[in-house]
Design a protein around this ligand. Sequence first.
Ligand SMILES: [Ca+2]
Length: 466
Amino acid sequence: MICRNFANWGSMENGISRRVFISAGALVAASAGSLLTARPALAFSLNDLDAWVSRTEGKYINVDGAYGAQCWDLWEAYCRDLVGVSHVSTQLSPNPGYASALWDGYSGNGASLYFDSVPSTATPIKGDVAIWQYGTGSYPYSHVAIVLADAGTNLYVFSQNSSPSLPGNPYPGVSTGPCVRQYLTKSGLAGYLRPRTLNGGAPSSDTNLSRLVMSDTNGRLSMKEGHLYAGWTLVANQSRSFSIAGSRLGVVTSTGVATIKDGPVNAAWVDVADQAQSIVVTTNRIGILRSNGELWVKEGAVNALWVVVASMVTDFSMDGNRIGVITQGKAEVKEGSLGAPWVTEVTGSSRIQVNGNRIAVLQTSGSLLVKEGDLYAGWVTQLSGVSQFHLAGNRIAAISGGVVSVKEGSLYSTWSNQTTGALEVRVTQNRLSVVGTDGKLFAKDGSLGATWVDLSTGARSVALAN
Ligand SMILES: [Ca+2]
């Protein structure tokens, strides 16, 4: 059997396709690139899968109404009908719009909430989604299909646009064969996405909210929750300072009122102080730097009493039961109760951050110092010429000469240069965000090698919460 599809010729022998009939049909219409959407179906069985294959077999599925009945359309139908999600983005990839982007963008496109990632060397199971790389000999424009069985060097799959066109094809010359069961080679395979909802599992709930709050150049605050493709919600029309931790958001308005909301994005604001300059919230504490240089902290309920913990403060940070301050160029930290004694860490300092058992201090000289362990641990000089820095978990991020460098692991790990022209960097253990000097906000989820996602223009500052 020989079939022509655009510039590609495919040949099949013994039912095994060596070059398949994949063409630009792997492209996804722009309209399909809208936001990831959870669907009502949240668990399915192999019987459900069999029934779905039976009723879908032989059909030409064109979910997005573009490029005919492609391999992607069958993936999207599988996601919507059984897995419980739709609109996984195909834009996070060196080859945006192609099926391989579902794999390339796994850590940032929302697929990780619904699928486990399984390497191509592993043995697939029925219900896995097989994805082939872009630019391989077998599938030059990449491919996606549903695994029905492992077959050694081949896969037995349910697949569309990968077999000869048949009489009655509604998209002749655009896409080829309908949804069929067939054998396809594993050559060029990128890997498998294994649905979490198969056999009674549940999608990964965003128990960590993964909130990202952005201030624009007018101080307006917008927030997104979950993956990077989630939509923005406007949360405040103006702000002087803001901070997030877990489900808590603290804002100092342009008139110096400190206000807090805890819980869902539409929770009510509770004003907690006036004459405020800046705010830091943790899940259990609220700290306000007042315009007179006093640091007020409260612990527990939002209406707990304030404790004045320091004066002449120019910068401060809180995490867990630690508070760090800069007072007259001196970096001091206390650990434990709000009344615990201050320990002087170093002098000649301008900024401080406490995070877990790490303390980071930016010296007026531009040197970034970080220590790990107790309050008396030794400093490890990280970088010079630093304009801004941020720590979370085992990650340290810093900007020096506009270059964003990030390290993870020990204090002695090597730096990974991430981007240039940066104004601000923020990290969590799983996320990295950068505001450029041009006001562009971009971020990545997962490893430091993940692909950047453009999030906004006109940005000034960002806060991240796990
Ligand atoms: Ca289509």
